[in-house]
Structure formats: C-alpha cells, structure tokens
Design a protein around this ligand. Sequence first.
Ligand code: MG
Ligand code: ZN
Length: 231
Amino acid sequence: MKKPIVCCDFDGTITKNDNIIRIMKHFAPSEWTKLKDDVLTKEITIQEGVGQMFQLLKSDQKEAIQSFILEDTEIREGFKQFVNHVKKADIPFYVLSGGMDFFVYHILEGIVEREDIFCNHASFHEEHIQIEWPHACDSQCQNGCGCCKPSIIRELTSENDFIIMIGDSVTDVEAAKHADLTFARDYLLNECKELGLVHEEYETFIDLKAQFDQIKEVKEWQTKRTSAGRS
Ligand code: MG
Ligand code: ZN
C-alpha cells in the first residue's frame, strides 16, 4: 500500500499572485524586466535570473518588502482548512517554493511549520540582497532551478509513497512528472493535459479538499491505519 505525501507549490498556488514579481514591480529599478524576460526565454536559468533580480534590491529594504508582501497577499480560499485536514489524516504536507524565506515563512506562520517549508534563503549582510540556495539541483537536474522541486521530491520520498503534487506553473512541471497525481491549474493544467500526466483540476483549496477525499489510495491507507490501530 502506498503512503500519500503532499508537495505544494507556494506562489500562484497558496498565494493568488507571484510574490517575486510583485516585489520587483514595486521595489526594483527597471532592469529587472530584462532579467525576467531572459529567464522566460531561457537565456539564463531561474537561479541566475532571480539571484540577479534580488541583487537589484538593497538589504535595508527588508522590512519594507516584508510589510508590503504581508499587507496584500491573498491566500487561496480554504488553504488553512485543507492543511489541517491533511495533517489530521497524518499525511505529510510540504511546501516547495521558489520564493524566499523572509516572506514565505511570514505568510505561512501558524499554518505550516518551518521545517516543512523548502524555499530559498535571502541574506541581508551585504549592501544588496544576496540569495542562497539550500535546495539547488541535485546531480540528476541541470536546469538551474534555484529551488529544485524534483530534487527535493527525490530527497523526501521513497518508492512506497503516493506523491501528490499541487501547483500552477512552469516550475511545477518537472515535479508533476515525478508525482502519482497532480492537482493543477493555469499553465500546469495545460501541461498536464499535453503530457498526459494523471491530474485533477482545482481552483480553490475548498474544491481540492473535496477531491482529495475521493482519492482511493488515501482512503485505503486511512482505512488500513484505522483497522491496524484497533487490532
Ligand atoms: Mg507557482
Ligand atoms: Zn533542478
């Protein structure tokens, strides 16, 4: 019997918007758009592009950025209830984010434990913000992901796990290929369709929770646990 494990993207999935884009639009000089375009056309890797974008920002802007992000970040409906639901079922829940600890931890405070969050680290010791990459690509990935979701999944899971991926965009595609089931919306939804990956569509965590309960593997696993507990 496979054991479910949930890996969930952050930007555009848990939050409605992409936080890096919002930070750059608000705080960075116009050079950031060239870096963004170079990432999109794969001229440079995500790791290079995002690292250089943050170097455009001064370290003393940390607090201003944090309060800006906290002020109007919208979390997708039903997220907290969904996480509690998954935890109650004793299913591991991890957040895999290409964002930075100084805002991801903040937004998820009281919902997801820090040790269950995998993201990049921002350092404020120099004049400009430096990004460090504690979860960079392993030897099996050469994409320069920055925060490498397939590498984290390889590290976190074993063959006996039923991997459930939740995401929305281009950085989730490789992770979805490793998953047994992907909950997808937006760009990722089209990719799942094109690549023929096993997937379900979602818009909020309310409908995700309803679908989650339908998953046969999760149900069987829970039944098994319950009966094992009773005997
Ligand atoms: Mg995303
Ligand atoms: Zn990678």
